[in-house]
Structure formats: structure tokens, C-alpha cells
Design a binder for this molecule. Structure first.
Ligand code: 26W
Length: 837
């Protein structure tokens, strides 16, 4: 057919109409051979231990099956004309994709069979895939779990994020210190993304805004003389659990615009223009590795605006095309969930697009913005609250700053009406913080423009209402709500812990995979000796697997007969890894004193990354490693106590760690951990928790019962009170155990030939202004750990508690969390995908 002819055809043939692909082992094997040989161009001389190509071939086989369902999901959403939610997040900590896709497609057994027939091991191939580490910690992993649950619940929710060239850094330990190495995760290519340049968006920076008048003679602002960057989308499939649904995560990459190639290249300054091409692409080059303190870097603000603008334009363009440019129903049909303040430029950006591009009035645009934006807060730490210098905003996003000023002026009028004459309050609530360097308060901007503001655990939401956001709560109590976090049981039990999954399914059926509350049916089995024995055996096997990883990565030998005591999470003072290691030193001291009657052998595992600029966190890593060296090499200690720091903690490491843990350390200073989600993964896999009354720990303890949870420490209220006259020196003087620990540290016992390196840590503990109250909680922590040790010696009692923990984890599924967001915030209908047939 000639090209012109083809174009003028009114009814184009549907090129996407294909017969379904086979799902049987023979189909999979044939397809695998096809990709391996015809697509990847390998031949019989290819070394069979070169797993890379076999991984690629397998991933392509699986991806094809996702593609069919992906298309049918999109068509079902389009044809149902449904309302949709967009989850805007600077972070999506996806981890590996293959195993999860295989599980959710229900291909696990068939694939194992197919691969066995060609002498390949599924597990070997999975290990080839690098983690997609596009996030720091809890907030990023939560976004990934949310997407899994939305697809499983058939909710039309799309993720929008950034396709960082470099994800979370790789952590090495050299002489006990953290060393960061760039994570070039895309180097070997990424099978799981589909580039869609046809949906690219243009993003403006710098320039200035000017007033013009439109055809009707009304004033319209224009943002001109800008330096533009292209946002190119890459789509990642998000499969639901065996339901035919595949949702989308759209990640944006920054590229130089086309004019750049034409004009700038030919302008003579060749090298200069190549440099400015790099300038554009810099925006999505690297994930900022801070998870709790914003550092005010301009590039970070560029990333945030880039994501917000590209995503909003994408949604708006699609809407304008399908609705013939009619915006009247936009707010009914679209919702933007802001994952913390990071994407909160979306507020002024939506206003700008609606007014400047679409010609809406302020009131029309504000109505739409206010009824589509919803904001989730993830932290109470004041240093994590984002504020951007007005001057930086002015230079980079001048038109947005104008809009923020106008939002603020109108908002402060409202405040003045509600509290006449209360200037203090106006200053407190202003979106602009005055001072020598005025700042835009992004959290306040998000609250003012959102119809929903939520915290991520009951305590956290309460503290937001009473503290940080109290003024706003008084003004708009109806906006504030709680949505307790969860985790997806597909990845964090079914996939990571197949043996326990099989045992559970054998006893109560497999309904828990999509209805976690069914785990409560395990309760009556907690005392059944046969179940207990099986349960113990599974835990033992998982401990063997974890011990192998610890041996390989740390060179430390863990005996699976000892108690595995685990704390893995970002390293931060508020999370109190320091308290953990002080307890380890105390145990060491007891061994050295000969106080080992009725001893419970313990293997302590700690892991996590420190923000590269966070000196204290890095010192804490060094201390853990030095303590480990001393303890592990002291013949007097032997197998009574082992300590290891696992390098490069990440999603795929947690998949091995949480099934093998006996004890989960959740020991943050009360009032500081918004929720925690690692705590839920451990509980689900039958670990017991030693923890404070903080974040979701409180709800975990409520669900499992106080007898099955090792509680210690000050409450959030008591901690607040204690800070007023905190005297750590007196506490140390009055606690012989703590005194001895401090003396060991001071004496250089863990820093021989490295005199003084732990001085800053010792000072922090002794500082009356220590916000984390390490000394205050030490003795109660030691007492709780003593109860833990004693409980572990009764293996029957422990196993019973372990089963009860898993049985009580039903609440902590993101399926429940997503149902709550949907019922109270989004109001989406569930849309089944068209079947593949
Ligand atoms: C601006 C730098 C920055 C980057 C990330 C500041 C703060 C963050 C996040 C809010 C840090 C984070 O991951 N918070 C965690 O979010 C989890 C999911 O809700 C909670 O379970 C954790 O308690 C909270 O620390």
C-alpha cells in the first residue's frame, strides 16, 4: 500500500489486535528460545553460566504477557470514562520486577517447569536484575506498595515519578566507614520500561511573566523568554494479582528540546551547546539521597517542578483531547495525591495551566485545584519540612511565585476574617516565612490547596492536628484525616517467604493473598504442636538463607540456632540505632563479666544507609562496625553474641532479611517515626517486635495484644515533658550498666588506634539537649531485651507469639490502606480490565 493512501484511510486497521499468548510451560519455553536465539542473537556457544541473556529472554517472555493485559486495562479505563487518581511522587522504590510480575501473573509454577526443561534455575536468573532503587526509604517503598495494591484492587490509579539515571547510591563499607558509589542501574538496559516520546511535554524554567490581553480583551499572563526542557515519559507496567489488570507508572526523563539541536548547535558555539544539552539532562540524573533533611539545592527544586509540570500537562492534555476542551467535569474525574510536599509545585502549576493556557478565571481555576489536590504528610521532623528561598523561586519559576503570592494574599484574608487582629497567627500561617531570606513553606501551600490532608498512622495524624498543623486544623478540621500505612503481602509474604506462604495456605487457604484479614484464621492454630513445629522449621530454613547472605556480605557466621535480632532502616539519630548498639555493648560487657547464666545466644544484624552529608549517622555506622569487629573476634564471646552490619541495605535484601528475623527492632524516640513500614513486614513474617509507642507500633501492639509485643520507653507525651529538664549525666551516674557501657566507649575499647573517633557520639548521649533521649530510654530498653531473651528460651511460647504476630497482621496490608484512601479521598470505581481472549 502506498504511504499517502494508508494515511487517508478513514478507518485505520487496529494494529494492536492479536490472539492471546500461551501460558503453558511449552509456550513459555518456545517463546524463551525465540527471544534467546532470534532476538538476542545468542547461539549454542553461549556460555550457560552467562545468566544475563537468559534473564533478558525470560523477562521478555513475561513482559509480552504483561503487554496484553496492560493494553486491555487502558482500553477498559478509556471506555468506562472513569474517574482517576494520579499518585505524584519524587520516589518509587520498586526493587526488582521479574519475580513480582511472575507471581502476579500466576506464572510461577509453569515457568519453573519450563526453565527446568532447559536446565535453568529461576532463582539464578532473578538475581541478575538490579533493584530499581528510585527512592530513599519508607516513603518511596510505600508508593511502590500502593501501586501494587491499586492494581490488585482494579483501581484506576497511575503513578507519576522521575526516571533517575542514578538511583539510591550503593553502599560499601571500608574500614568500618560508609563509602558511596553511584548506582547506574540502567547501564545494562531496562526491559521493564517502554519509552513513549509521542507523549513528551515541554517544561519551562526561568524567564519572566508578562501581561497580554486575549481575544476577548481580558488580561492573560504569559510566561516568556523561558529556557525549556523536554520531559520524555517511560512507562512501567504495574500488574495486579491474577486479575488481568496492569496499571501504569509513568517516569519522566529530561532531555534537551529539539530547537536546541537545530538552533544552538548551528550557532557556532558547538561545545557550549553540548554543555547546555547536559544542563537539561542533569535534571533527572540523580536521586537526592536525603530522607529527612531538605538541603535547599536548586536542582532539587527543578526536579520537583519538572515532575509536577510534566504530569499535570500530561493529564490535562489527555482530558482536553477526549473532552473536546471542556474543563467543567475535570474536577469530578481527576484527583492528584501528593506524596509529601515534594510534588507540591503541582498546586501553582495547575493554577497556571488553567489560567494562562486555558483562559480560566482565578476562581474557576482555584475551584478545580482545591477539589483535585490531596496531600499526605510523612514526617514530623521540622528539619524535613520543605521550604524554598523566595529568591530561588523567583529566578527559576517566576510565574509560579506570582501565583503563590496571590494564593497567600487570599488565604491570609480568610485568616484575618476568622481571627480578626491576630497578626501573630497571620505570620505563623503565612505561606511565606519572613526573615533575612524569605522562604516559601511548601507544606502550608499543600494544605491550603488540598481538600484532604492525611498522616500515615493514628499517632502521627494526631500529632499533626495538635502540633505542626494545629492552626490549619482549627480553620479546616474537616480536611484532616488519618490513613495508616501498610505493605503489600504479595511481595512481602507470598513472594519473599514462599515456605511460610505455603504453610499458611495449607492451613487457612490462599485467600489471604488478596484479603489479609483472613490471617486471623491462624489464631486458633497458635497452640497446635504440629503447626508450631512446621512454623519453627520454616523460620529455621529462612534463617539459614539469611545466615548465608550475612556470611557472604559481612563475613560473619550467624548460627540459625541463635535469636536473630534485626534493625534495618535508614540510619538516623531519631531511629536510634545507637540505642541498639549500646545494648549490644552491654551484652558484651555482661559476657566479659561472666554474667551469662541462662544466656540466650543472639545474632544482631543492623543495616541501612546514611545520607552522605549526615556526619553523625556515618559515625554510628562506624561504631556498629567497630563493635562488631571486637565482639566477633573475642574468643570469650564465642557464639553467645554476634554482630554484623549488612552493607547496601535495599528492597531485594529485605526480601531475604524479613523472613529470617526473630526480633524486629522498632525503637525510635516516641513521637518521631511517622509510621514505619518495616515494622509491618517483620510482623507479617512472624517476627516479634521490641519497640516504643511510636508510629504504627502502637497499632501493631493493639492488634497483636500487649502480651505479644515487647514494649519499652517513654511515650511521646512523656518524652516532650522529659526534654524540659533532661539530665543524661545523672541518668548515667544512676545506672551501673549504662555507666560501664560509657566507660568502655570512653576507654577506646572499640577504637584502638583510632583515638577519639567516637567523642561526638559520647557527647551526643551526654548532652542535656539530646532530642532523641537515648540515655533516658536505655535502662527500660535493656529490661525489655531481658524479657525478650527469656521469652526466646521458651521456644513453644515464642513460636506461639510468632504465629499470633502473623495472624494479627491483617490490618497492615496496603489493600486496606488503599480501600480507605479510595472510600474517603478518591471515590474511584473499580474497573475490571477487558479479558485477554
Ligand atoms: C526533603 C528531603 C526529604 C526526603 C524524604 C525529607 C523527607 C523525606 C521522607 C518524608 C522520609 C520518609 O521516607 N518518611 C517515612 O515515610 C514512611 C511512609 O509513610 C513512614 O512509614 C516513615 O515513618 C517515615 O519516616
Amino acid at each position: 500500500m502506498d504511504k499517502e493512501n494508508f494515511k487517508s484511510e478513514t478507518a485505520c486497521p487496529d494494529l494492536t489486535n492479536l490472539p492471546p499468548l500461551g501460558m503453558e510451560p511449552a509456550d513459555l519455553e518456545r517463546h524463551f528460545r525465540h527471544y534467546y536465539t532470534n532476538y538476542l542473537g545468542r547461539d549454542r556457544n553461549c556460555c550457560s553460566t552467562h545468566y544475563h541473556y537468559a534473564y533478558d529472554a525470560l523477562a521478555l517472555v513475561v513482559r509480552d504477557r504483561l503487554m496484553e493485559r496492560w493494553k486491555n486495562t487502558r482500553y477498559a479505563y478509556e471506555e468506562s470514562d472513569c474517574k482517576r487518581t494520579y499518585y505524584l511522587s519524587l520516589e518509587f522504590l520498586m526493587g526488582r520486577t521479574l519475580g513480582n510480575a511472575v507471581l502476579n501473573l500466576g506464572l510461577d509454577e509453569k515457568l519453573t517447569q519450563a526453565l527446568n526443561s532447559i536446565c535453568l534455575e529461576y532463582e539464578d536468573l532473578e538475581g541478575v536484575e538490579p533493584d530499581a532503587g528510585l527512592g530513599n526509604g519508607g516513603l518511596g517503598r510505600l508508593a511502590a506498595c500502593f501501586l501494587d495494591s491499586c492494581a490488585t484492587l482494579q483501581l484506576p490509579v497511575q503513578g507519576y515519578g522521575i526516571r533517575y539515571e542514578y538511583g539510591m547510591f550503593r553502599q560499601h563499607i571500608v574500614n568500618g566507614y560508609q563509602v558511596e558509589e553511584p548506582d547506574h542501574w540502567l547501564r545494562i538496559g531496562n526491559i521493564w520500561e517502554i519509552k513513549r516520546p509521542e507523549y513528551s511535554q515541554r517544561i519551562k524554567f526561568c524567564g519572566y511573566s508578562e501581561a497580554t490581553s486575549d481575544v476577548a480583551g481580558r488580561t492573560r499572563m504569559r510566561w516568556v523568554n523561558t529556557r525549556d526542557v523536554l520531559a520524555v515519559p517511560y512507562d512501567v507496567p504495574i500488574p495486579g494479582y491474577r486479575n488481568g489488570t496492569v496499571n501504569t507508572l509513568r517516569l519522566w526523563k529530561a532531555e534537551a528540546t529539539e530547537e536546541f539541536d537545530l538552533e544552538e548547535f548551528n550557532s557556532g558555539d558547538y561545545t557550549g551547546s553540548v554543555a547546555s544539552k547536559n544542563e537539561a539532562e542533569k535534571i533527572t540524573m540523580v536521586l537526592y539521597p536525603n530522607d529527612s533533611s531538605e538541603n535547599g539545592k536548586e536542582l532539587r527544586l527543578q526536579q520537583q517542578y519538572f515532575l509536577a509540570s510534566a504530569s499535570l500537562q500530561d493529564v490535562l492534555n489527555r482530558w482536553l483531547i477526549t473532552e473536546q476542551a471542556d474543563l467543567s467535569r475535570f474536577a469530578e474525574k481527576n484527583c492528584f495525591q501528593l506524596n509529601d510536599t515534594h510534588p507540591s509545585c503541582a498546586v501553582p502549576e495547575l493554577m497556571r495551566l488553567l489560567m494562562d493556557d486555558q483562559g480560566l478565571s482565578w476562581d474557576e481555576a482555584w475551584d478545580i485545584t482545591r477539589s483535585t489536590m490531596a496531600y499526605t504528610n510523612h514526617t514530623l521532623l521540622p528539619e524535613a519540612l520543605e521550604r524554598w528561598p523566595v529568591r530561588m523561586f523567583q529566578r527559576l519559576l517566576p510565574r509560579l511565585l506570582e501565583i503563590i503570592y496571590e494564593i497567600n494574599a487570599r488565604f491570609l484574608k480568610q485568616v484575618a476574617e476568622r481571627w480578626p487582629g491576630d497578626m501573630q497567627r497571620q505570620r505563623r500561617m503565612s505561606l511565606i516565612e519572613e526573615g533575612p531570606e524569605p522562604q516559601v513553606r511548601m507544606a502550608f501551600l499543600a494544605i491550603v490547596a488540598s481538600f484532604s490532608v492525611n498522616g500515615v498512622a493514628e499517632l502521627h495524624s494526631k500529632l499533626l492536628r495538635e502540633g505542626l498543623f494545629h492552626d490549619f486544623y482549627e480553620l479546616w478540621p474537616e480536611k484532616f484525616n488519618n490513613k495508616t500505612n501498610g505493605v503489600t503481602q504479595r511481595r512481602w509474604l507470598a513472594y519473599s517467604n514462599p515456605e511460610l506462604s505455603d504453610l499458611i495456605s495449607e492451613k487457612i487457604g490462599s485467600g489471604w493473598v488478596t484479603d489479609l484479614a483472613q490471617l486471623s484464621r491462624l489464631r486458633p492454630l497458635a497452640d497446635d504442636p504440629a503447626v508450631q513445629q512446621r512454623w519453627q522449621q520454616v523460620k529455621y530454613n529462612n534463617k539459614v538463607r539469611l545466615a548465608e547472605m550475612v556470611a557472604a556480605d559481612c563475613g560473619v557466621k550467624f548460627s540459625p540456632d541463635a535469636m536473630f535480632d534485626v534493625q534495618v532502616k535508614r540510619i538516623h539519630e531519631y531511629k536510634r540505632q545507637l540505642l541498639n548498639i549500646l545494648h549490644v555493648i552491654h551484652l558484651y560487657d555482661r559476657i566479659k563479666r561472666g554474667d551469662t547464666h541462662n544466656w540466650t545466644p543472639r545474632c544482631v544484624l543492623i543495616g541501612g544507609k546514611a545520607a552522605p552529608g549526615y556526619a553523625m549517622a556515618k559515625q554510628i555506622i562506624k561504631l556498629i562496625n567497630n563493635v562488631a569487629t571486637v565482639v566477633n573476634n573475642d574468643p570469650a564471646v564465642g557464639s553467645l553474641l554476634k554482630v554484623a552490619f549488612i552493607p547496601n541495605y535495599r528492597v531485594s535484601a529485605m526480601e531475604v532479611i524479613c523472613p529470617g528475623a526473630d526480633l524486629s527492632e522498632q525503637i525510635s524516640t516516641a513521637g518521631k517515626e511517622a509510621s514505619g513500614t518495616g515494622n509491618m513486614k517483620f510482623m507479617l513474617n512472624g517476627a516479634l517486635t521490641v519497640g516504643t509507642l511510636d508510629g504504627a507500633n502502637i497499632e501493631i501492639r493493639e492488634e497483636v495484644g500487649e502480651d505479644n509485643f515487647f514494649l519499652f520507653g517513654l511515650t511521646a507525651e512523656e518524652a516532650e515533658e522529659r526534654r524540659k529538664d533532661y539530665d543524661p549525666l545523672a541518668i548515667i551516674a544512676g545506672d551501673e550498666n549504662l555507666q560501664r557501657v560509657m566507660q568502655l566507649l570512653q576507654s577506646g575499647h572499640f577504637s584502638q588506634f583510632e583515638a577519639g573517633i567516637f567523642d561526638s557520639i559520647l557527647q551526643a548521649i551526654q548532652n542535656p539537649h539530646d532530642p532523641w533521649l537515648v540515655a533516658a530510654d536505655f535502662s527500660d530498653y535493656v529490661a525489655a531485651q531481658q524479657r525478650v531473651a527469656q521469652a526466646y528460651r521458651d521456644q513453644t511460647g515464642w513460636t506461639r507469639m510468632s504465629i499470633l504476630n502473623t495472624a494479627s497482621a491483617g490490618k497492615f496490608s496496603t489493600d486496606r490502606t488503599m480501600e480507605e484512601y479510595n472510600a474517603k479521598i478518591w471515590n474511584l470505581s473499580k474497573i475490571p480490565a477487558f479479558p485477554v481472549e
